[in-house]
Design a protein around this ligand. Structure first.
Ligand code: ZN
Length: 189
């Protein structure tokens, strides 16, 4: 029996129906596999398709020897699409930063060709911001986040606080907007 990846068995972590799109740049497959963002963020995942989880796991091994802060900073940048602040040219000779770059390209590098991702209207983008979430997201991620925010901002918990009331209203509106988006044809195509 051949087992290239040893310990890793690639059983999907989430139903394709509820999965977000793979987070790898330009990939339109369902992200049914989750990968922890870092050793310190084991509850925080990237959602990837089979091809990309394999690639990701291979590259993840290369992070060995880097500090958690370095990895986290990098992953954060890669996911949000912001260029890292470190000077790329000056660090290119270091092996670690080459790998940095490799994974950066993998997650965010070809982001220029964004066309394959469904464009989000500014309304939906605002809703995502209100929910403090990133694109892409699954039904489950949305629901979990909604529950979390409701607990925090529910008028019953913040008696008489006008600001909380406003926030609660916005959260509920945003939740319904995003839930409707997930059910729309736009998302499925
Ligand atoms: Zn993918």
């Amino acid at each position: 029996m051949q087992k290239k990846h040893g310990k890793k068995e690639y059983t999907p972590h989430i139903e394709p129906d509820t999965a977000p799109l793979c987070e790898a740049a330009n990939c339109i497959n369902k992200g049914v596999y989750k990968a922890p963002k870092s050793k310190n963020q084991l509850q925080d995942y990237h959602w990837l398709c089979l091809d990309h989880i394999k690639e990701y796991n291979q590259k993840w091994d290369y992070f060995n020897g880097m500090t958690t802060a370095e990895i986290e900073e990098f992953m954060q940048d890669a996911v949000t699409g912001h260029r890292p602040t470190w000077n790329r040219e000056s660090r290119l000779r270091e092996p670690a930063s080459q790998l940095h770059d490799a994974l950066y390209e993998f997650l965010a590098g070809t982001r220029k060709a964004k066309k394959t991702l469904p464009p989000l209207s500014s309304k939906l983008q605002k809703a995502l911001a209100v929910m403090d979430m990133d694109y892409p997201f699954s039904q489950k991620i949305l629901k979990d986040q909604y529950k979390k925010l409701v607990k925090k901002h529910h008028p019953d918990v913040n008696k008489g606080n006008k600001l909380s009331e406003e926030k609660f209203k916005k959260i509920t509106e945003s939740y319904h907007l995003l839930a409707a988006y997930l059910k729309s044809d736009l998302y499925k195509s």
